[in-house]
Structure formats: structure tokens, C-alpha cells
Design a protein around this ligand. Structure first.
Ligand code: HEM
Length: 242
């Protein structure tokens, strides 16, 4: 039976979160366009950043790719494609576990750097103090769900409960009963993720919405000297009369 708490947590809260995420992002874009930044601290310290930052981001990209496959693609589709449920769960466990570990180790390096480098610590803002613990808690609870429930616990078929719940929310047909008997780490993980989504527009995480993907395909910038004596080749006629 669906309780009032189920209704609040799994049918009302997701839409409140989505409203804050979308409304907050529009508000931030309109009122704080110059503050829309990663607030990079590379100038303060770059050795640890060079290692921790790609590890965290690439690990997280893989984790989020796994979430799209596991939460949005119905099990009936992977079965139809000939992927056995055991094969699916084993590969999700191994790939998700490795990607999650990379993201967690990367975040641990970034946190260590932030706490131990005085200049980076001084550049840490109030919203960072909420963002970093929430990120860490979401990642840790996700790993707990994967390793404890899915790994050593012998396996939990979240594609029969959590995944249809997520799709129901997105299709505006929420079914809170699906989450009633889900193991605690999964429920805490989903709640923590919702808290993170609600904080997103008010933190440095907004940079994810404006990642410079064009950099991957743009042509190189060509630098030319204006000093003819230093130029590698003789000047050619341009705007001036030859
Ligand atoms: C409401 C949104 C979310 C739901 C419903 C959800 C659900 C899940 C589920 C079912 C798993 C287990 C996957 C498996 O064992 O194969 C998982 C794992 C995990 N989640 Fe989430 N998740 C959400 C958001 C997030 C976010 C925002 C992050 C990161 C910031 C995240 C990070 C992780 C990590 C690191 C793991 C363990 C590694 C992996 O299996 O990919 N999750 N999540």
C-alpha cells in the first residue's frame, strides 16, 4: 500500500526538484550571467588538479552514461537485443564499479586539494561547502547500492523498480509504490541525487550546462605576429595597398 511518505518522497518531491532545477537555472541565467562559471582555481594550484579533475569528470561521464542505459532503457529492450539479464547485471556491476571508483578517487583528490591548499581553501564559497559533501554522499551511496546490494548482496533487480519509477516521473505518470520496498541504499541515493539537482542552479555545477563542446571540433587558433621582422615569412598584402 502507498503511504503518505511514499507519496511525498516519490511522487511530489521529484517534481519539486525538477521545478527548482529548471526554474533556478533560468533565474540564474537571467540574473547572474557573469557569475555563470566553474570558478576555476587552476591559478592557485595545478598539480593535483591535473590528476584529480579529469579522473572525476571522465568517471562521472561514464557513470551518467550507465544511468541513461540502466534507468531509461527498459529491460525488455535489452532482452530483445539478446543481452541476458545476468550479463547485463555483471557488466553494469564491473563497468559502473570502475567508473564510480574513478569518480570517487577523483573527487577525493579534489577535496584533499581544496582542504590542504590555503589559496584554494580561501577561494571556497558557501555553496561549495554544500555542493562537495552532497556530491560525495551521492557518489558514495551509489557505490554502496552497486557494491552491497548488487555485488556482495547477490544482486538486486533495480530495473524492475527504480528504473520504471524514473521513467514514470519523466512521463508524468508517477508510481510511488514502485519505490516502497527498494533497499535503503538505493532510496537514499535517489534522495541525495534529488537534493543535488535542487542545489545545481545555485552552485558552480551550472558549468555542466555550458561545457565548451565546440572545442572538440573547432579549428586551432592561429597566432600571427604583427612585427614583420619577427614573422616567419615575408608579409603579404592585406588591407593595405601593396
Ligand atoms: C534520481 C536520480 C538517480 C537515480 C534514480 C540513480 C539510481 C542509481 C542506481 C539504480 C544505481 C545502481 C546501478 C547498478 O548497480 O548497476 C546507481 C549507481 C550509482 N549512481 Fe546513481 N542515480 C541517480 C543519480 C545519480 C547522480 C546525480 C550521481 C552522481 C553525481 C550518481 C552516481 C552514482 C554512482 C557513482 C553509482 C555507482 C556506480 C554505478 O553503478 O554507476 N547517481 N544509481
Amino acid at each position: 500500500m502507498t503511504t503518505t511518505l511514499d507519496l511525498l518522497l516519490w511522487a511530489v518531491l521529484p517534481y519539486v526538484t525538477l521545478a527548482v532545477l529548471v526554474g533556478g537555472t533560468v533565474w540564474r541565467y537571467r540574473h547572474d550571467r557573469f557569475g555563470w562559471t566553474t570558478r576555476s582555481s587552476q591559478l592557485h594550484e595545478s598539480r593535483l588538479l591535473r590528476f584529480g579533475n579529469p579522473l572525476f569528470h571522465f568517471g562521472l561521464f561514464l557513470v551518467l552514461g550507465g544511468h541513461v542505459a540502466g534507468l531509461l532503457v527498459p529491460a525488455s529492450v535489452t532482452r530483445w537485443l539478446g543481452v541476458h539479464d545476468e550479463v547485463y547485471h555483471l557488466s553494469a556491476l564491473i563497468a559502473g564499479g570502475l567508473a564510480g571508483t574513478a569518480a570517487l578517487v577523483g573527487l577525493a583528490v579534489l577535496l584533499y586539494r581544496r582542504l590542504r591548499t590555503p589559496a584554494v581553501r580561501a577561494a571556497t564559497t558557501r555553496d561549495d561547502r554544500l555542493t562537495y559533501p552532497l556530491l560525495a554522499a551521492t557518489l558514495l551511496l551509489g557505490m554502496t547500492a552497486t557494491v552491497l546490494a548488487n555485488g556482495v548482496g547477490g544482486g538486486y533487480d533495480y530495473r524492475a523498480t527504480v528504473s520504471p519509477w524514473v521513467r514514470g516521473i519523466l512521463l508524468l505518470q508517477p508510481d510511488p509504490l514502485l519505490m516502497h520496498d527498494v533497499p535503503l541504499p538505493f532510496r537514499l541515493h535517489a534522495l541525495m541525487a534529488m537534493a543535488l539537482f535542487a542545489l545545481w542552479p545555485f552552485s558552480r555545477l551550472v558549468h555542466a550546462f555550458s561545457a565548451p563542446l565546440g572545442y572538440l571540433v573547432r579549428p586551432y587558433i592561429v597566432y600571427r605576429t604583427r612585427d614583420d621582422r619577427l614573422a616567419a615569412r615575408p608579409p603579404r598584402p592585406g588591407w593595405d595597398e601593396p
